[in-house]
Design a protein around this ligand. Structure first.
Ligand code: FES
Length: 913
């Protein structure tokens, strides 16, 4: 077969059944991405004879004799960008960038007519990060990025440094490298929710040509650990073994086959013979807590850090402030209801995966799609008894995370294979494995009881929370604690009580996910307080404003863990003003005739980082040419840390961002960093960068003043030079002079992540509901975000829009459904619907005017928090429109219609005159 790709000829036969996507990647065209391998997400879009196709479902042989263009071939041979590429740069139409090649290829092929109907044009392309507004702006030619200028970096819309690589398909994600001699791993997974492996025969698998090894529990270290990655490992139960002889959910890994090719590894998996003793399973957390329920982990509670293993309770929180019963007695009205949230998947377009190898010094090196390379190194060292200097973990560009990559789901088994075979090994999850074998959001059941007086004073708030952590407790206790922290502290009731449980079941494990449990509990609290206000005849917004936390208030929560949390800046009142303005304005979109119309608001508060400390180190140094090197530990996964860190450093060093080279998320280049989670990329790692850059600026001025023999106060930094009275000393000369006397012009910065401040958000929706079908149409969406000093408004706005869009998916239709056996039955994008371009309204984003006393240069966190108020705001708008209080997510059309239909069928009681 002969095809021409981007002007280059390839003559090679495809493998039997090979798709064009893997054919192209096998030939080094790494711009062609894998998101689903089912034709659903469009990340693999290429042009065949000018026509866009999903190359993952396009048989390679059909390209014989044709011309193929990938994103790498979109620019002219002279390197001039295609206009579409330039527009995506100008509008920064991407975050992680994993979907971008697909959008570029689709857009480049659109006719003028098609450009007029983007919802239809983008039916075949998914983006999980942006919320699509930035993509629409890119397509329409809206320019957002600004030019850099010396020392004026912070607060400006400076572009992501990796932008040119993202739009040309040359940004290197985990698997976008060639590794000679690479072996492929495939995992055999459990068909049972609970079973003991009584025998496992690998002999037939080992006879498959090309198979090098079959790893089972006999090969795994005996140690137990958690896949969750936290600075303090004791936050999570030690309940997981690399390969176990007991399986606790359908999809748990049972064996790993390593072979020359994926096909051979898959065949090997089919030949492994496993004998199971099937055991009773429990899928529902409330059943799991009942006496006599099957026990998921029968372990020593203190050694495994499980609260009550025989009751399947991995962690629990109980606390009371004041006297909650007295608080209810003092209320004129008490509202009590149970709310439920569903299992949701992160669905980052890049699946989990890692490549492991031994470097030339025999050091274990793992290249992985991780939010926590340093913590992963620590875990690998502990697991395999290796010193830290014998392990390197590096993350390339990460194609989305949302908390899902704050786990060690693949690196451990890849490392085991590498250490065993001493060959490079790759494991890349399929989209289906992402559903069966990665993590989800914790489903919650929240019973809320809230009481208030007729004057609108909230007297008592009580929560009973059951969180389903699934088969393993990774993040389970921490998510449960976080969920009842800021959600109860946000309101001033004198009496509060919490009883919360994180519970094991024989289901796919839950894990960290944007908002870390707060979104689930806030759905309940924000809905309940809205309902309480309505039943008291009060305006819900006014009721919340009356009771919400104020700037001087203490952080009072019965959930605990808030000792180092302060309101170091306060913008919740401004958020409320944005909501009030939106309510008062005419709505730009009309509801269709006959539809019901309503509006809803919800608030949220979130800590700017996790409790217990979050460590970040950074190092800034002058390079020989007078530019700067910035090494930071935190990872870039679309959250924009690369951009913001350069901006912070450029401001301190009075230079332009283009004169700062940033290296990050590599355990070899900088000291420890806890990781890119809990919205710490700017507020924690950014503070370490600020300190490193500030210290380097001081060092440069000190050294220059001493060398020039001028007062230090007369020297100042300029791009590529130190200025002094009557002269200019180039930084490259300063570098040479320092080097000559053995001085290194470098400085370190460190931040321990505590104390912490809080960020605030408010979401307001106006919706229309079709009573005949249950369809919800969002007429207007307004989001107020108190992010402190906004370091890069364009980028921060994108985070908010992306968070709102992801939360809308979770509020409206996303649902990881399990069958009666506990197996995921929605393990493909075709069955698990992500928000498409057509589903997401443009959200008006407003930033508050605050400056935080703790965060770097006044900044606060804003990556996860926009998610949290979205579902309750939508449910409150539905209540306003329909009169029905919805207590369960998602708010699908079916569910809404059924509820409205039930109301129609219920005879109304006679109304008293
Ligand atoms: Fe679209 Fe990340 S930018 S998936």
């Amino acid at each position: 077969m002969r095809i021409e790709v981007n002007g280059r000829s390839h003559e090679a036969e495809p493998r039997p059944g090979q798709c064009l996507r893997t054919y192209l990647r096998d030939r080094g065209w790494f711009g062609v991405k894998k998101g689903c391998d089912a034709g659903d997400c469009g990340a693999c879009t290429v042009h065949v004879d000018g026509e866009p196709v999903h190359s993952c479902v396009y048989p390679a042989f059909r390209a014989d004799g044709r011309t193929v263009t990938t994103v790498e071939g979109l620019a002219s041979p002279e390197g001039e960008l295609h206009p579409v590429q330039q527009r995506f740069l100008d509008a920064q139409g991407f975050q992680c960038g994993f979907c971008t090649a697909g959008f570029l290829m689709t857009t480049a092929a659109l006719s003028e007519d098609q450009l007029g109907d983007l919802p239809r044009a983008f039916k075949g392309n998914l983006c999980r990060c942006t919320g699509y507004r930035a993509i629409e702006d890119a397509v329409r030619g809206v320019r957002h990025v600004e030019e850099p200028s010396p020392g004026e970096s912070v607060g400006r819309n400076l572009p992501a440094p990796a932008g040119p690589q993202v739009v040309t398909g040359t940004a290197r994600y985990t698997f976008d490298i060639e590794v000679p001699g690479l072996l492929h791993m495939k995992l055999l997974r459990s068909p049972h929710a609970h079973a003991r492996i009584t025998a496992i025969d690998t002999s037939a698998a080992l006879r498959v040509p090309g198979v090098h090894a079959v790893l089972t529990h006999h090969d795994a270290p005996e140690r137990h650990y958690s896949t969750a990655r936290h600075e303090h490992p004791e936050e999570d139960p030690a309940d997981t073994r690399l390969l176990d002889d007991t399986v606790r959910h359908v999809g748990q890994r049972v064996a790993a086959v390593v072979a020359d090719s994926e096909a051979a590894a898959e065949e090997g998996c089919r030949r492994v013979e496993v004998t199971y003793e099937v055991l009773p399973a429990v899928l529902d957390p409330e059943e799991a807590m009942r006496p006599g329920a099957p026990v998921v982990h029968d372990k020593d509670p203190s050694a495994a850090r499980i609260s009550r293993p025989r009751a399947n309770v991995v962690g629990e929180a109980h606390g009371e402030i004041g006297d909650v019963e007295a608080g209810f007695a003092a209320a004129d009205l008490v509202y009590e209801e149970t709310f439920r949230t569903q299992r949701v998947q992160h669905a980052s377009l890049e699946t989990h995966g890692a490549v492991g190898l031994l470097d030339e010094d025999g050091r274990l090196t793992v290249r992985t799609s991780s939010q926590t390379p340093f913590l992963t190194r620590r875990a690998l060292c502990a697991l395999f008894d290796l010193p830290e200097d014998r392990v390197r973990v590096v993350a390339g560009r990460v194609g989305g995370g949302f908390g899902g990559k704050q786990e060690m789901l693949v690196e451990d088994i890849v490392a085991l294979a590498v250490l065993r075979l001493r060959r490079p090994v790759k494991l890349e999850y399929t989209r289906a494995e992402q559903f069966h074998g990665a993590t989800t959001r914790h489903p919650f059941t929240v019973r809320v009881k809230a009481g208030a007086r007729r004057d609108g004073t909230l007297t008592a708030l009580q929560l009973e929370v059951v969180s389903n952590t699934g088969a393993y407790g990774n993040h389970g206790p921490a998510v449960m604690f976080h969920s009842v922290g800021e959600s109860t502290a946000m309101y001033r009731a004198a009496h509060k009580k919490v009883d919360a449980y994180s519970v094991y079941t024989h289901t796919v494990p839950a894990g960290a996910f944007r908002g870390y449990g707060l979104g689930q509990v806030l759905f309940a609290v924000e809905s309940a307080l809205d309902e309480l206000a309505r039943r008291l005849g009060l305006d819900p917004v006014g009721f919340k404003a009356r009771n919400m936390i104020g700037p001087g208030d203490a952080m009072l929560t019965p959930g605990g863990h808030e000792e180092d949390l302060h309101i170091a800046s306060y913008g919740l009142d401004q958020c409320m003003s944005v909501v009030r303005r939106a309510r008062a304005q005419p709505c730009p979109r009309e509801a269709p005739d006959g539809w019901l119309v309503g509006e809803g608001t919800a608030l949220s508060m979130i800590a700017t980082g996790p409790p217990g400390g979050h460590i970040a180190d950074a190092r800034a140094a002058v390079l020989p040419d007078g530019s700067f090197d910035l090494a930071v530990g935190t990872a870039e996964f679309g959250n924009g840390t690369t951009t913001v860190h350069r901006q912070i450093a450029a401001g301190e060093l009075t230079t332009t961002v283009d004169l700062i080279t940033i290296r990050q998320s590599d355990t070899d280049v900088v000291r420890h960093d806890t990781g890119a989670f809990a919205s710490t990329g700017t507020v924690v790692a950014g503070k370490a960068t600020l300190r490193a850059a500030r210290a380097l600026a001081d060092l440069l001025l000190d050294f220059a003043a001493a060398r020039l023999r001028v007062p230090r106060a007369d020297c100042r930094l300029a791009p590529e030079a130190v200025l002094y009275p009557g002269g200019r000393l180039a930084l490259k000369e300063l570098y040479a002079a320092a080097r000559a006397v053995g001085v290194e012009l470098a400085a370190d910065g460190h931040f321990g992540g505590t104390p912490r401040s809080v960020a605030f958000n408010a979401q307001w929706f106006r919706v229309a509901v079709d009573p005949g079908t249950g369809e919800i149409r969002i007429l207007r969406s307004v989001h107020a975000a108190d992010a402190g000093k906004v370091m890069n408004p364009m980028q921060c706005r994108g985070q908010v829009e992306g968070g709102v869009a992801q939360a809308l998916g979770a509020a409206l239709f996303e649902h990881v459904r399990l069958d009666a056996r506990g197996a995921v039955e929605t393990a493909a994008f075709r069955r698990y619907r992500l928000p498409q371009y057509a589903d997401v309204p443009r959200t008006e984003v407003h930033f508050m005017e605050t400056a935080d006393a703790i965060g770097p240069l006044g900044a606060k966190s804003m990556s996860e928090s926009p998610f949290n108020p979205v579902a309750p705001a939508l449910a409150n708008a539905l209540r306003d429109a329909t009169g029905v209080r919805f207590t369960e997510l998602p708010l699908t059309r079916d569910r809404v219609w059924r509820a409205l239909d039930a109301v129609r069928r219920t005879p109304r009681p006679p109304v008293s005159p």
